[in-house]
Ligand binder design. Structure first.
Ligand code: NDP
Length: 346
């Protein structure tokens, strides 16, 4: 039977560290994978400067893959997935983050090469954590999570490239997904005219509520035959899909337009030509949230608590207990889910 961490924690002196706590542990045997809530010993956590009492985590595509037999994300099992966590630091040898500080951990090896956030306690290097900014709760931070950071990095890159609301309309692909939904919301909040490409009719209304001026069906961006250059339409684009959709976007960007690429749900190939780059000065920017420098993360988390904070964030949240995570992850892999899945951990 699992020992509840709160029961255990309460028995310890203030500042004491529990020896056992609950975590969702994924295991793999031959071609079978399973994940279950188990009691874990603190000694099983990796080395690190910070011990975090996790309050919330979230479910991302990578987390779902970590629980699949052929997921190819995690090399060592048994493994505690969860690439995002928010909670309170209870022990620290890092001067930047003292005990009692609320913090957010995303990226690096968290939940991939090391145990992650589906655990009442997590231990990480100090560089992996940033302080929770004023204006965000731990729950809201996890509603944003890696998806939010990726969306914020994309928006920042468009701004750094000179794309402003007066430059013309911008477009977001994979708009009903975690990154896409948050990018639509952030751009609309900043005053951009946002077009959202989505293959899910049931998500259209929500995307409009988040500020999308128009919804485009996927087929419009995946023509049978993409031309190297097409009619100029957008000043900026946040692409979460890759493949022919990204190629199609590039051919329709306005002169000097900027495109960010963060995902590959539509494929890892990029069947394009040099024409958009050399005849229209279009630029393509890669977005990687995993190894993004800590100073940039801190800056963007502050923006996500301020001018980039989605207006209707609460409405995007679906909440899950640790025991419900495996089923929710399978639903995400089927492409059947929308919005952001927050996991209640502590
Ligand atoms: P989700 O699964 O939440 O959303 C992806 C969306 O892509 C879907 O909702 C769907 O949107 C669209 N889509 C799915 N399949 C296809 C297809 N075959 N063709 C066209 N569109 C498709 O994923 P996330 O938003 O969390 O992540 C998006 C991508 O970004 C993923 O590839 C992920 O791995 C990557 N990622 C990268 C990060 C980085 O640091 N570079 C960080 C986080 C994520 P709709 O139905 O509305 O069309």
């Amino acid at each position: 039977m699992a020992i509840s961490a709160s029961r255990f924690y309460n028995k310890l002196p203030i500042g004491g560290i529990p020896m056992h706590f609950r975590a969702l542990v994924a295991d793999r045997r031959e071609d079978q994978a399973e994940a279950s809530v188990q009691t874990v010993e603190e000694a099983r956590l990796p080395e690190g400067d910070l011990l975090l009492k996790v309050a919330y985590s979230s479910i991302n595509y990578k987390d779902a893959l970590a629980m699949e037999p052929d997921g190819r994300i995690v090399s060592r099992y048994p493994h505690i997935p969860g690439i995002d966590a928010a909670g309170e630091i209870v022990k620290s040898s890092d001067k930047r983050l003292k005990p009692g500080t609320k913090a957010i951990v995303t990226g690096y090896g968290f939940g991939v090469s090391q145990h992650g956030g589906y655990s009442e306690f997590a231990r990480v290097p100090g560089d992996w954590a940033v302080p929770l900014p004023k204006g965000l709760t731990e729950r809201e931070a996890m509603a944003l999570g890696t998806a939010g950071l990726t969306a914020a990095m994309s928006v920042q890159r468009l701004q750094d490239s000179g794309v402003s609301p007066s430059s013309g309309p911008v477009v977001v692909t994979g708009a009903s997904g975690g990154v896409g939904t948050l990018a639509v919301s952030m751009l609309a909040r900043l005053g951009y005219e946002v077009e959202a490409v989505s293959g899910k009719e049931e998500a259209h209304e929500r995307l409009r509520e988040l500020g999308a001026a128009r919804i485009l069906p996927r087929e419009e961006l995946q023509p049978q035959e993409a031309r190297p250059l097409d009619k100029q339409r957008w000043a900026g684009a946040v692409d979460c899909v890759g493949g022919t959709m990204l190629a199609s976007l590039l051919s329709r960007m306005k002169y000097g337009g900027a495109v960010t690429a963060c995902g590959l749900t539509g494929g890892g190939e990029l069947p394009t030509s040099v024409y958009p780059f050399i005849l229209r000065g279009v630029s393509l920017h890669g977005i990687d949230s995993v190894w993004a420098p800590r100073e940039l993360r801190k800056r963007l988390w502050k923006r996500m608590a301020g001018d980039l904070k989605p207006r209707r964030l609460e409405e995007l949240i679906a909440e899950f207990e640790l025991t419900e995570v495996p089923a929710a992850a399978k639903e995400l892999l089927r492409g059947a889910s929308t919005g952001r899945k927050v996991v209640v951990v502590g």
